[in-house]
Design a protein around this ligand. Structure first.
Ligand code: ATP
Length: 200
């Protein structure tokens, strides 16, 4: 795919009983990796969830290619949870979980490192790192335009971490997917992202 899309946040403020962040603006283009850094509790997850339409902003707007995203249907901005088990139905086998939007190809599953013998298991029968790969496969199989990757490699060993980011880079480039990388790990963000914004 060669067309360029833009995920844009303009003067975004959000929080719960009080704002966690105020007037944050961001532009993320297809194929680009932008980092979000900040102390624990600063609101990075809330910012990511707001971009994915999962949390209502107090002020500002989120646009994809200049338009607000309809609340129904597959959202072009997919949020990858830092604890994927919380975002999966414990009664569904992995096969059903990854096929929620569209059945992924074996080629894509191999690329992300999801073994075929995991498909018959339930989420609690996989390790944290294995489950994170399942979560990435589920998000990618729906053909998102943007991914919010919230601490997705924190539970992986350094080799698996490097493999996951290499794979995501390759797929993001091939499919023109923009990725917002939320992490406490400044070295990781510097390695993977072309720019970094600070929350908090
Ligand atoms: N549903 C909620 N209701 C009330 N407060 C919440 C809710 N979700 C999160 N918070 C609070 O909002 C603040 C920011 O949380 P958030 O998870 O966005 O921060 P974060 O920067 O991603 O933190 P971390 O780096 O520790 O994951 C925290 O103080 C948290 O307790």
């Amino acid at each position: 795919m060669s067309f360029i899309l833009m995920l844009e946040a303009v003067n975004l403020s959000a929080g719960f009983d009080h704002p966690l962040f105020e007037n944050v603006s961001l532009r993320l283009q297809s194929g680009e990796f932008v980092g979000v850094y900040g102390p624990s509790g600063a609101g990075k997850t809330t910012f990511g969830r707001t971009l994915a339409g999962l949390h209502k902003p107090a002020t500002g707007v989120v646009n994809v290619d200049g338009r607000t995203v309809p609340s129904k249907g597959f959202h072009p901005v997919q949020y990858l949870h830092q604890n994927p088990q919380l975002a999966m139905n414990p009664r569904w086998r992995v096969e059903q979980i990854v096929s929620e939007a569209m059945v992924p190809s074996r080629e894509l599953a191999d690329c992300i490192g999801v073994a075929s013998d995991w498909l018959k298991r339930y989420p609690h029968e996989l390790s944290g790192g294995q489950l994170q790969r399942v979560s990435v496969l589920r998000a990618l199989s729906g053909k998102p335009r943007f991914l919010i990757a919230d601490e997705i490699s924190a539970s992986l060993d350094p080799i698996s971490q490097a493999q996951l980011w290499q794979t995501l880079k390759r797929i993001a480039e091939q499919e023109s997917i923009g990725v917002l990388v939320i992490s406490h790990d400044k070295a990781l963000l510097t390695r993977v992202c072309s720019s970094i914004i600070q929350i908090g």
